[in-house]
Structure formats: structure tokens, C-alpha cells
Design a protein around this ligand. Sequence first.
Ligand SMILES: [Zn+2]
Length: 381
Amino acid sequence: MLPVDLPDAVRDALLAPLVDHHCHGVRRDDLSRAQFELLIGESRTPAPPGTTHFDTPLGAAIRRWCAPVLDLEPHVAPAVYLGRRQELGAGEVNRRLLQASGVVAFLVDTGLEAPDLLSAAEMGRHGGAAADEIVRLEQVEQDIADSAAVAVDYMDSLAEELVARAARAVGLKSIIAYRCGLDFDPSRPSRGSVIAAANRRLSDPRERLVDPILLRHLLWTAVDVARDRALPIQFHTGYGDADLDMSRADPAQMTGFIRALQPLGIPVVLLHCYPFHRQAAYLASVFPHVYVDVGLTLTHTAAGSARILDELLELVPFHKQLFSSDCYGLAEGCHLGAVYFRLGMAGALGRRVESGEWSAADAARVAHMAGSGNARRVYRL
Ligand SMILES: [Zn+2]
């Protein structure tokens, strides 16, 4: 898989076990073609009549890199691939693909947990890896809104529940980019404004939370918990599904909030980032507590992913870059995340060694840091 002229030390470092610091459960059941196609890409809608989601960079990547894991030739037709998937069964397919990724620890965002998705513990068992939980803040808030009677209950219960959930987790995650955008007011909202907003919220708690006051309250409550337990907070930024307003997902828009967190020392982990990965690399280079990962982006851009990784590496400090697959639903996403991370890093590091810019030992050290060492340090694994 890796270029033949790569120095052995760099090759070994890139093939070493990875820590996948951001992923979701994959489906436990056998999927029809329609169900499988809905999980290719982020559109979550069927391809227009007469077309297929296999005709995307990710679709081609599945045929290229996942087919051999299922004992097929690279590039087989989608129908052949899906037929083999059925034949092996979801359990075997998940085991093969998760294990082929060479991931040694999964940090699973459990906010999308559903009966048909593997739990964090099951992801670990299927992948022959350790597994830990990342708590999605907005999911905790939804549970509390559903059960709280009055605003003061809501505030107390939210704080208590976050403490309880954080006790079993290695990190927290915010999807505020989806709910009100990253250009939110970075200050902590006043208690009076939160009580008024909570009363409005509790009159219709089933609605998805989009009120910026309550979203900021949630975030700042989480900051208190993160500070006490020394937990990082992940933020969705950039690339996502159609629910997202991309123009409000540039991580540079949350510079004020990042600045406010700096004295507290809480690690801020920017996920995905594309097409704002250069902004993210900049933020990681100027703020000591900011970390970056282009996970999901590599899987979806597939053949084009090496260039994106190269652009991230223009500026990101080597101790600030993390690896993730961000697989969701399909174990293929996990394997492909690892494949494109390794391929992209091999190209970028190989060129630096070849030009004499770095030693092979430097390149190997950077590969280890990005692949697992940085995540172990940030999440204290
Ligand atoms: Zn994700």
C-alpha cells in the first residue's frame, strides 16, 4: 500500500497501530443496497434516479480498498461488492474492516447511539481494540430538556448529568456548528438570560435546541466539567451533512471562544475542518490548547485526500495533529480513514525526507505523533 521507496523507519511508524480519536458506531445489521448507499457520503438522500452514490470519490474508494478485505479483486462492481457483503454477513464484514484499519483504540461519539449501531464497547470487541466514550453535549441537553419541569431544575440537572457522563468518558463533543454556527458570542450567558431561555425551551422540549443562549450555557457548563476533569472538548467544524450551514462552520469564527478558553488550559479539538483546514492549522499553530484533525475529510475526498493532508501539514505543529476515521454506519469508513491517512502521510513525509528537509527519524516521529501519540497525550489514554 505504501510507496516502495519509503524509508523503513517511516513505513513502520505509519503502519503502527492508530488511535481513532473520533468515530461513531457502525451498523450491526445486513444492509440492502439502498441502505448502504444512504451511508455513502453525507447527503443522506438517495442518488437521483439512474445514478448511484458509488459514483463518488468515496464509492470508488470502497471498491478499491475495501473489496480486497472481503477477498475480492480491487475495483469490483458495486453489485459484486454488496453481494459479498451479504454473503459474509454484517458481523464478519465489521470485524474484517475494523481490524484491517489497524486501530488500537476507538474514541466513540455515543451521541448518535441507536439499537442498530454498535456501541462503543462493541466497536472495541469487533475491532480487537480498546474503546472509550466521547459525550455529545447536545444529546445530554436533549435528555434533560425532556425530563426537567422548570428552568432551575433544567440548569441543575444539566450540570449534574454532565458531571456524571463525563466521569465515564475521555472527552466531550459539541455540535454547536450545526445548531447556531461557530460565530456565537463567546461570553458565558447571564443566569437571568438562561432561566428565561430555559422556560421557553421547556414549553416545547422535543424541538431541537437552536437557541444560542442555551447552547452557550451548555458549552460553558461543559467547560466547567472539562476543566475539573481535564477533558478535551471536540468541536465539529467544516464538512458535514446538509443540516450544516457551511458558511458558519469555519473554526476561525470561534477564535473569541478559543481565546477565552486559553487560560483554562482545556484542549480544543477541531474535527474535520475541510475546507477550512488551513484556518484550523493556523489556530493550532497560534493557540497552545488547539488540536486539529481532518478525519472525515480524507475518507470523503479519497483520491484527492493527500493534497488536503499536505495543506494541513503546511503549518500545523507536529504535536497538534490527530488521526480519526469518523466512521459512521459503515465499517468501510474506518478502514478507508486509516488507508488515506497512511497514504497521505507517506507521500508528505516521503517527500520531506527525499528532499533532505527532514531525516527519516524525524518523519517517523511525526507519523507516530499524529497516528497515536498526540491522542494518547491529549485524552490521557
Ligand atoms: Zn463524527
